[in-house]
Design a protein around this ligand. Sequence first.
Ligand code: BG6
Length: 526
Amino acid sequence: MAAEAGTIARPLTTSSVAAANPLRAGLASSRISDPCNVVFFGASGDLVKRMLIPAMYNLRLGDVLPTNFGIIGFARSANSNDEFRAQMKEAVDTYSRSGEARDPLWTDFANRISYVSGDFDDREAFTRLRAALEENDQKLGTQGNRLFYLSTPPSVFGKIVAQLAVVGLGPKDQATGWSRIVIEKPFGTDLESARALQSEVGKVFEEKRIYRIDHYLGKEPVQDIMALRFANVIFEPIWNRRYVDCIQITAAETVGVEGRGGYYDSAGALRDMIQNHVINLLALVAMEPPISPNADHIRDEKFKVLSALRPISVDHVPKMTARGQYGPGLIEGKPVPGYREESSVAPDSTTETYASVKFFIDNWRWADVPFYLRSGKRLARKTSEIAVMFRGIPHRIFGESGDQIETNTLVMKIQPEEGVSLRFNAKVPGPKMHIRAVTMDFNYGTGFGVVSAPAYERLISDAMRGDATLFTRWDAVEAAWEAVTPIMQRWSESRVVDFPNYLAGSQGPQSADALLIADGREWRRI
Ligand code: BG6
């Protein structure tokens, strides 16, 4: 069936693209998976409504789904198929980037959605799930291919996987087709629980069938980090300790905990953001060139660099890290409550809503270059970026005495702006040799004339196609937990007395500034 004309990017013919935008000429069009069923566990949850179903719908709208596909929601709440479809329509109407669901596409899409209600350890419910999958194979031609997507709290990941095996939905029981499992973050709550989870999941699904999501890896500008580094010759010679003074990686948010206080209060910024999204950015910017774009070649390099992270001993945690918690303040001019006043948060909570860490990488390329990582909620601005800050010039020959000659900075802007900027020094026009720093900016939107698709669209379609490149392999997850374990340990042992220690809407706690000031540096302004 032909897709309706949508407002989102659709596969276009090479010639029509070339006419519209020469930069996109010759690009391959849609990459479509085998026929398959996608089962969303935790189907009544927020992620399914806000992200996953709108992503599926937009993939359909963009003609990226196979003709034969089915979607099955599985959750505890009692719903009929029709009730679940109505909820999913509301989700698309509210959250889809292409606007409200439209007919005839929606009706066809909705007819492929069904629902199974049950507990995650209810064998009978899993038997019904199996029957629903087999029925879809007959009715929708999905050929026995299954993508199981665990969008549930991590505490039930193990139960779900075990039940899949019990009712014969494990890959080993399959006569035809493939099975893959997508696991949302967090993968464990610490090193030990992550290892236990890995061992449970690993009993049923081999590593090549496990797709661990880190949605940052699905963001276009994050994927562009590798293009910038490995499709250009000019950066590689200076991408090392001889030219780089330090690297600052920031994931700053203006939002608070958004109704997720219950989860967040037991997690905190280190587990929620640094252990996964921010450390994955570090791996991409610091890894060696992979020998090919093959998923495992890239993931081998990421693992190698993460295994070279210098362990931070528990005793050194205070001088290598800073943590904070927001108090009341102003975000975009409006008053917001402090973290301890958020719902489902303990009024004396010592959970950090801001974390910064200084890492070193013990290898030839990066020895003695600090990687400063930070992430926090309720900060001055939403911004995620990687800034490569270069060393100063060795000898100054010009510039008036009052001129500031800045060091060069290359910034990979992940969000909300998407692009790359380079800061360098230039002569101010005029008779004198005045020097000022200027910025050269590349922006994806204006450069390529497209709006990037949300990360979940890319990740779901990659998992359906069996491309694991943008998913985290177990060895990297384990290395990331190893890197943060001493910090978690020290932070849980030492009492915090100064929380809340930053105002909502500010740059974060002073202790984070002190971390860099001690090294004679400062953070880029958020
Ligand atoms: C999630 C965290 O993984 O990432 C959230 O659990 C956080 O706490 C979110 O808000 C940030 O994602 P993004 O894409 O908005 O930067």
